[in-house]
Design a protein around this ligand. Structure first.
Ligand SMILES: [Zn+2]
Length: 262
């Protein structure tokens, strides 16, 4: 299994990241993508990844929270992001996106920041890790305008109708612990309707721990619970789903080589 989205540089994870990674390996996780939410965070991700070669991979983007914190300095932040990504050590641009739940900045501002990062990903030929919270219609409109995209809607939380629209535009869907929550019937329906070559597994650790560890700090080792819930929802064998989602992650993020990343 590959955890395609976790935050190992998060203050709640960084101090014992080595132990977190050891538990992940013991639980059958063969690689993790740690997500940088801004340039500074992404640099810390690279440092951590250098200590876990072949296992830890990095993505870098400017998420709505960092974008808000940088405010008028967003231009500088994106220049720093571009320099980092041009170094060639990142498997994806992200996370970036629209967050209408927190709604920290006016929606046109959020849209413009997303568009600039989508342009950058296109220029550099990188897949995108998209954060969309309570903003599916606007995100879908932006993606549709740009034609077929390459990337993942991470922490997908919509129903079958939204899933279908992202899939039609060529996007993958990332499922995490939410799929184990009792109230997530529509999400499980979406998971059932998603072809197995478009599903990615993720934890989004330290957030969104799955049942039966809900409420605790989430870490990549918890991916097994999400795999279990997802295969139950789909009526699909766990090993088959683990193999399919691993192949999807490898192909989307260009993860080849590295004996432990098989
Ligand atoms: Zn995230």
């Amino acid at each position: 299994m590959i955890d395609t989205h976790c935050h190992l540089t998060h203050p709640r994870m960084e101090a014992d990241a080595g132990a977190v990674i050891a538990r992940a390996r013991a639980a059958g996780v063969t690689a993790c993508v740690t997500i940088g939410t801004g340039a500074e965070d992404a640099r810390r991700g690279l440092d951590l990844a250098a200590r876990h070669p072949g296992f830890l991979l990095c993505a870098a983007g400017i998420d709505p929270f960092t974008a808000h914190a940088r405010g008028g300095a967003f231009g500088e932040e994106i220049a720093a992001l571009r320099e980092l990504l041009r170094g060639g050590r990142f498997v994806a641009l992200g996370e970036c996106g629209l967050d209408y739940h927190h709604d920290l900045d006016p929606r046109p501002v959020q849209t413009e920041r997303l568009e600039r990062q989508l342009d950058l990903a296109e220029e550099l030929g990188l897949p995108v890790v998209l954060h969309v919270r309570e903003a599916h219609d606007d995100a879908l409109a932006i993606l549709a305008c740009r034609g077929r995209g390459r990337g993942v809607v991470h922490s997908f939380s919509g129903g079958p109708e939204e899933a279908e629209r992202y899939l039609a535009l060529g996007w993958h869907l990332g499922f995490n612990g939410i799929v184990t929550f009792p109230g997530a019937g529509a999400l499980r329906e979406a998971a059932r309707a998603t072809p197995s070559d478009r599903i990615l597994l993720e934890t989004d650790g330290p957030y969104l721990a799955p049942v039966p560890v809900r409420g605790k700090r989430c870490e990549p080792a918890h991916l097994v619970h999400t795999l279990g819930a997802l295969s139950a929802a789909r009526g699909e064998n766990e090993d088959a789903l683990a193999a399919a989602t691993t192949a999807n992650a490898r192909s989307l993020f260009g993860i080849y080589g590295g004996p432990s990343a098989t």
